[in-house]
Structures are given as C-alpha cells and as structure tokens.
Design a protein around this ligand. Structure first.
Ligand SMILES: [Zn+2]
Length: 227
C-alpha cells in the first residue's frame, strides 16, 4: 500500500532517462541522467541545479560544460546542439558550452536565485544591483529564433545557442518577479529541500516541489508516524 505510487514514479524516471540517453552523444554519456524538472518555471528548474545551496553538502549539478549542455538539451528548444554556427572556441563552433559559458551560467543562476528570493521577501526592488545587472545583461542577448520548416516542424536556431538559452532563463526570471505569479512561488516543505516552485494549484496550497519525491516522502513519513 505504501508503495502504491512507486511504480509510476519509476516509469517516469526511466522514460526520462531513456529520452536523454537517446539524444546524448558519447561525450555526454557521463551526464545523461535527467535533471529534476517540474518547478513550473524554467528559471526555477535552473536554480535547482545547485542542490542544498549554502549548506555544507551543497552539490553542483552543472559540474562541467558537458553538464550544462545536457541541461540545455533537456530544457531548451533545440533539436540538439549541432547544426548551429558561431564564433569563438571550438566548443562554441560546435554549439556546445565551453568553460566561459559554464561560469556565465552559474553566475546567472545565482543572480536569478538572489533576485527571486529577495523579490519574494519584499519585492524585486530589494534585489542587489549586481544581481539585477547580471540578469538584465543576460536577458539582453538574442534568444533562439523559431522557424517552421517545410515538413511542419518547428525548429529553433541561435548563433550562440548556450548564450541564447541563458537569455531565455534571464527573461523568464524577469517576467516572473515582475508579475503576480511571484505570489505563487513557494519553497518546498520537504525536509532539507527548500526548492522554489510555482504553485499552479487552484487553491494555492501546494507544499512540495514534486509529489514523486518530497511529497511522497512526507506522506510515507506521516503514515509511518501514524502506524
Ligand atoms: Zn522538494
């Protein structure tokens, strides 16, 4: 009875893994595991790539440029990271993240985190100037351009696909903190989780980032406590 939800959760996880494995190239095999998603906003899913932020057991999921590529493959609009053109390093020529992209991504992520958390705590005007500037600068870059091809498929292109994806994330964060949706951004009640998510439930009483993880764990804990 307690494990009634487990099979579907396992199926979802293996399905995600299979999907990312199909698109992963040999270079990204080590980071083919799916990143957590479902926070309700792209920028909030991005924030979660640093687990246990600020704690002694903080865990960096964007450990290297290949991990950033994998995140973009999972969340971005591109068919893949090939077929793009650009200038700069060899990695960028191939449309992949390089070391500078990784640093930029992490800096943007932490700036978005500070922007969203301070905005929740009194409005976006409370955000420090440096974080605001980091997000604004990233948002000013060109975003992926959609185009419908002859077969009816929508494809996205960017000369600098990584930078363009960071622009999408920055714009999502700016939209979020300047909208009424900010009132629906919650911190997960899961023990040691604290992930931010957008509560789109009608009553606005969602407590966990995911029912498959934190919510399920809390329910099991409650059942054990009752037994
Ligand atoms: Zn959680």
């Amino acid at each position: 009875m307690l494990d009634a939800m487990a099979p579907s959760a396992q199926t979802a996880t293996s399905a995600q893994t299979a999907t990312s494995a199909q698109t992963a190239t040999s270079a990204q095999t080590a980071t083919s595991a799916a990143f957590r998603q479902g926070a309700g906003r792209l920028c909030l899913d991005f924030i979660r790539t640093l687990r246990h932020r600020g704690g002694p057991d903080a865990e960096e999921e964007l450990a290297d440029p290949a991990a950033l590529d994998a995140w973009i493959r999972q969340f971005g609009p591109y068919d893949d990271n090939t077929g793009t053109t650009g200038t700069g390093t060899a990695a960028r020529e191939a449309g992949r993240a390089d070391a500078a992209d990784l640093l930029a991504a992490r800096a943007l992520r932490e700036a978005i985190h500070r922007l969203v958390t301070t905005a929740r705590d009194g409005g976006p005007a409370r955000c420090d100037a440096a974080s605001r500037a980091t997000v604004n600068t990233a948002a000013a870059r060109p975003v992926p351009v959609p185009a419908l091809d002859a077969s009816g498929r929508l494809r996205h292109h960017a000369d600098e696909p990584v930078t363009a994806m960071l622009a999408v994330l920055a714009r999502d964060a700016l939209d979020l903190v300047a909208s009424t949706a900010l009132d629906r951004v919650r911190a997960c009640a899961g023990e040691r989780c604290g992930a931010l998510f957008l509560d789109t439930s009608r009553p606005g009483t969602r407590r966990w980032c995911s029912m498959n993880t934190c919510g399920n764990r809390a329910k099991k804990g409650a059942l054990h406590a009752r037994a």
